[in-house]
Design a protein around this ligand. Sequence first.
Ligand SMILES: NC(=O)C1=CN([C@@H]2O[C@H](COP(=O)(O)OP(=O)(O)OC[C@H]3O[C@@H](n4cnc5c(N)ncnc54)[C@H](O)[C@@H]3O)[C@@H](O)[C@H]2O)C=CC1
Ligand SMILES: O=C(O)[C@@H]1CCC=N1
Length: 273
Amino acid sequence: MSFTIAFIGGGNMASSIIGGLVASGIDAGRVWASDPFPESLERLRAVAPVNTTSDNAEAVANADVVVMAVKPQIMKSVAESLASAVQAKKPLVISIAAGIEAETLSNWLGGNLALVRCMPNTPALVRTGASGLYANAQVSDEQCAQAQTILEAVGSVSWFDNEAALDAVTAVSGSGPAYFFLVMEAMQAAGEQLGLSAEDAKALTLQTALGAATMAINSDVEPDELRRRVTSPKGTTEKAIAALEAGGLRDIFAKAMIACRDRSIELSRELGD
Ligand SMILES: NC(=O)C1=CN([C@@H]2O[C@H](COP(=O)(O)OP(=O)(O)OC[C@H]3O[C@@H](n4cnc5c(N)ncnc54)[C@H](O)[C@@H]3O)[C@@H](O)[C@H]2O)C=CC1
Ligand SMILES: O=C(O)[C@@H]1CCC=N1
């Protein structure tokens, strides 16, 4: 990576991306992170020896690419206070905030900026993230390549021409890790109810999740066919799947993900000008 990148906000998502970037071989000296809380910066330095500061403008002054990684609810005040530093430097801005539209953020930062709106996810930390990206009209080919380099170092990258698609990306992959973690929690608890130790139930659940995802990613056939191959007629899996279908699993997922997508849209309305 021949450019310098600054993260404004050094919380969970920033530290996942930073951890993945440094694990991919990117020089930590080219990464800056800014956060007002010393404990956040300490946690980040434990992940990777990046440059840290509590002064957002200092981080911007050092950067070719600025990643806005604060909570959506404080994005406006953070962006407005950074507008003069950003306008002086004109970096590529990448926003990872849920529900903040590219034009809204660009205006808060003083306007006329190259801005990529990105929805990453926390598995970036272990370089198996999934990011959806949208570029505004000011983003050059070289800047697209910079955004691609950063997010590709920590997982897969999908570009969208239509910014509204990022609300759906949020429902699928941005929030998605939480759904799988919940399934893991539920399977571990049920395994314990069946008499396994917590340790065995956890180890078997997590290895099964890893195995199933690895098979689905590497397979030429669709997940429904992989599921059928586990499900012997009149066997054990059939009973489990029937219980999950009778409980409305598909409908529950559809409802959950619609609620997630709608919250992303609602955030844009609530927080936009
Ligand atoms: N956590 C996740 O799985 C994902 C989060 N996101 C987005 O990433 C953004 C950050 O989310 P998280 O990392 O989960 O939140 P977080 O709360 O862990 O991190 C936010 C960080 O911003 C810092 N901060 C607060 N005021 C600040 C200021 N004035 N200047 C600079 N930093 C400041 C906080 O100290 C904190 O460390 C959000 O906009 C969220 O929508 C996007 C995809 C996934
Ligand atoms: O829950 C949230 O709002 C953030 C955005 C996607 C994942 N976490």
